[in-house]
Design a protein around this ligand. Structure first.
Ligand code: F3S
Length: 78
């Protein structure tokens, strides 16, 4: 899956949601998140985000791991 990282926080441009063919990008309080199993890894959102907040989950930059994990955690029932 792809993941949304810290650059989205308090920016929430939202254009990524229009690029997603399976509507797997969901709005959170301060950022958006990509559903880890609904994502088909097409990469459309990665190229369209104006602040470059989206990466493939195997290409997460150092220091962004916690944000990457949130893309799974927010969808878990606790
Ligand atoms: Fe956030 Fe970029 Fe989407 S700022 S809402 S990941 S277009």
């Amino acid at each position: 899956a792809l993941v949304i990282l810290s650059a989205c926080v308090d920016v929430k441009d939202g254009i990524c949601t229009t690029s997603c063919p399976v509507d797997c990008i969901y709005e959170g309080e301060r950022m958006f998140y990509i559903h880890p199993t609904e994502c088909i890894e097409c990469g459309m959102c990665e190229s369209i985000c104006p602040v470059d907040a989206i990466r493939y989950d195997d290409e997460v930059p150092e220091g962004e791991e916690a944000y990457a994990e949130m893309n799974t955690a927010v969808f878990l029932d606790v």
